[in-house]
Design a protein around this ligand. Sequence first.
Ligand code: HDD
Length: 679
Amino acid sequence: MKNKGNANQNKKDEQLEEFRADHKGEKLTTNQGLRLSDTEHSLKAGERGPTLMEDFHFREKMTHFDHERIPERVVHARGFGAHGYFQVYEPMTEYTKAKFLQDPTVKTPVFVRFSTVAGSRGSGDTVRDVRGFATKFYTEEGVYDLVGNNIPVFFIQDAIKFPDLVHSFKPEPHNEMPQASTAHDTFWDFVANNTESAHMIMWAMSDRAIPRSYRMMEGFGVHTFRFVNEQGKARFVKFHWKPKLGVHSLVWDEAQKLAGKDPDFHRRDLWEAIEMGDYPEFELGVQMIEEEDEFKFDFDILDPTKLWPEEEVPVKIIGKMTLNRNPDNVFAETEQAAFHPGHVVPGIDFSNDPLLQGRLFSYTDTQLIRLGGPNFHEIPINRSVAPVHNNQRDGYHRMTIDRGQTSYHKNALQGNDPQPATEAEGGYVHYQEKVEGRKVQKRSDSFKDHYSQAILFWNSMSDVEKQHMIQAFQFEVGKVKSKETRQKIVEMFHNVDGTLAKEIAAAVGVNPPTEPSPAKVTAASPALSQENSVKGAATRKVAILAGNGFNEAEVQPLMMALKEAGAHAMVISSALGEIKSESGQKLEVNQTLLTSDSVMFDAVYVAGGDIVSQKAAADFISEAYKHFKTIGVSSQAAALLAKAAVQPSEPGVITTGSASFHDQFIEALAQHRHWKRQL
Ligand code: HDD
């Protein structure tokens, strides 16, 4: 079932409608509209003869095909998007004049693209990487883009280093390996020689870099921006997206297996959730700092390698975004979407963060080559719903037919139209920050602390999260061939934590540090730990392993209970078709033991029947166990647990028998994972 969204309220959808073509019931034509009688045979001189130049259809079809690809994004090439809307909870008039943040009854259309950063367009979804979280708001004052990531800080402090950073994590140039992975020499060499990356590396080695779903990730604008209100008063602001489902991650072994078993895991998850009506929801939060408090913190608020601890600067939740429609065509919408942090509206302004300042150049520049010219704003997905009027003309693929004699300012022939708007009329006026200084190629001393917040992050992790990070470092640095680089990494992260450094050293064959760690920071920020995130069973996927002869009396009530909790059950058996219960009731099979895998689900319930004798079923259970997932077993299937070497007394293993089985199963499913198994 396809949700068409709020077609009446959704101006953007109406605008896109003009360009949609479903071709149903139509005759095949050339691009010139000529009806065609054949598209399977080229025009030949004789049945066995050569193809003729005159075959205009052959030439057109082939030429178009030959030019179907455009350059993939230089970073964030792999991504997936969805449409939706944003609504503010209450007027934000005190803080910003941005119109889309004033009226809670207004639904502002949005398009969001989630992405990985390092991999090519066809790479796996579940690799260890930062995730892009870019939102395009089609506001009545023009397009506003919030181009963020799922990690609140960045690797570098100045945009001029971005090409160096990206060259280091992309596949190495001599052999183009490895794909979509930072586990190689050049990246860790960059890290060791650019210690400003320490804080970001802690996040990248944490579970944040292997999200369970795009629907279960936070988003961050990263930089400090400005809110400006009607009176011209400005405040520093940082943007947050908080997923209603909480923040949850895969485990590394699972993420690696998924990259092979289902490279589309995250896009499929998003697509299916929207098709099923499980609309992903994210609340927009803002942290604000008064201008006069700019220097009151022990970090520089312009430094993009620093976050503002939520306990010090609370996140004010101001609205919600709901994603409720999949694209009709991935190329037309997602691939051609052009985001830019410089697309702002009145009431939102920039700070002098040197990373942000450089981004303001890079994004338009990249679209020129990727989308083939300066008119990419006219591509349907990029079009503003606010009218566009200016004196820009021509260029590749110009769609607008600009009428009139003048295309310059000032003019008298057309009464000087289009005219600049006053501020009262919505004309954008840059915030008049006073700036003073000498021209220097330098960074402020206030950017020199590279470790305090890396330590803060480490201190904020639960024991399990720390363990995952140690293993991530051991994996990544363990793939580095240069012993010198491995040694340098151990020394670098000794500044964060002594145990962390020792554990890395032990696994990667270099010397452990001999001195105690110089780390002094003792503070922690509980908001940084995923353990403290929202939990729940809604939208979770449960595999029901069942074969002929399964116990229907136990399965049906569980399926009902799952449905009520908003979770989704999938019946898995040896073959597609129908299976029969002991009493002859039929059940449709959704997937087989061959086409599905434990890693594709959040939990498993073994309903029993002839499937329990299969080794693949036992493997399914032991994988689920290894990945800390909830396992439920019917009375018929208890033997399978033993075969999978799983103790029924283990956390998150629920066996039929008690009247509260269903509640226990759903409660366990809602926990996401049962980490106690590991400890
Ligand atoms: Fe960037 C794409 C996010 C730093 C230059 N970036 C891109 C996308 C996201 C981000 C989400 C994909 C947008 C989409 O889905 O189409 N980038 C970030 C964040 C950064 C950041 C959160 C740091 C806080 N980026 C950054 C710097 C530069 C760039 C410092 C260069 C100076 N980013 C680009 C780019 C891309 C891009 C090369 C590639 C494709 C595109 O822009 O449209 O211009």
